[in-house]
Each structure stands twice: as C-alpha cells, then as structure tokens.
Ligand binder design. Structure first.
Ligand SMILES: [Cu+2]
Length: 146
C-alpha cells in the first residue's frame, strides 16, 4: 500500500473512533441528567470503609447550588442526614444534630462518626429548606473503622 493511502486510512479510522467515543459519552451524560436530578455522593461511596473522621464531597445533577434564604427555581443547597432517611418533597428539612444544612452553598464537609455501620443521606432542598424529595436525595451505607 502506498504511504499516502495508509496515512489517509489511519486518519479516517482515528476520527471514526473518537467520534464514537464522544457519542457514547454524550448519551451517558444525557441519561444521567434524565434519570437523576439531585444530590449524590462524590465521596465516600456506597459501602466504603472509612476512618472515624469522614471527608464528604457532595455533588448535584440538574440543579445549581445556591445560598439559602431566597427561593430561586432550579437551585438549592445540600443537607447531610446521618442515620436517617430522605425528607419527603415539600417538607422542611429538620435542623438538628443529625440533619446538617449547608446553607452557605458548601459542597464539602468533614464529620465524625462512631465505629460501625452508618447510613448517610444527601438531601437537596430549596432556599427555604423545603425538600426536593426522594428523587433529589441519595442514601449510602458506610462502615466506620475502630
Ligand atoms: Cu437547609
């Protein structure tokens, strides 16, 4: 085969491959956005084994993080619920030792947990702390080491 032809063929197959990869990534992104609008754990992950001091990184799909205090559609702030469940849609997220509000718009925190199994729930809620409901929450289990 002549060199120029090889070069062209190589170029064509490379651009095909990258085109397909991009298409696949795009589809996956769309799927995520459709199926999930709300908070999710970047870390720790479900069933992770962690030390008593846990660094929590909070992510959000399909909405934007904003300071609490005003109602702006499509925005809200994170809540971390320790050993409790999501808050039903429209109900205010309680404010106590087990329900931590991140009303300044924080997306990471550090908490201390006792050894053993714990449930962590992230709940996204609007500027008045009214829950966006179960579909905007994620619950995971972590195992805390002695
Ligand atoms: Cu809140």
């Amino acid at each position: 085969m002549q060199t120029w032809l090889k070069t062209i063929l190589l170029g064509v197959s490379l651009s095909l491959a990258s085109g397909l990869t991009m298409a696949a990534g795009h589809l996956e992104g769309e799927h995520k956005e459709q199926s999930k609008q709300g908070a999710y754990f970047i870390s720790p992950l479900h069933q992770a084994t962690v030390a008593q001091k846990v660094q929590v990184e909070m992510g959000i799909h399909g909405m934007k993080v904003r300071q609490a205090g005003t109602l702006v559609e499509g925005t809200g702030h994170h809540h971390l619920i320790i050993d409790g469940a999501f808050v039903p849609q429209g109900e205010a997220v309680p404010k106590d030792a087990r329900h931590i509000h991140f009303g300044k718009g924080q997306t990471s925190t550090s908490i201390n947990l006792s050894p053993g199994k714990h449930t962590l729930t992230l709940q996204f809620a609007d500027g008045y702390h009214q829950s966006y409901g179960e579909h905007a929450s994620q619950s995971i289990e972590v195992m805390v080491k002695d």
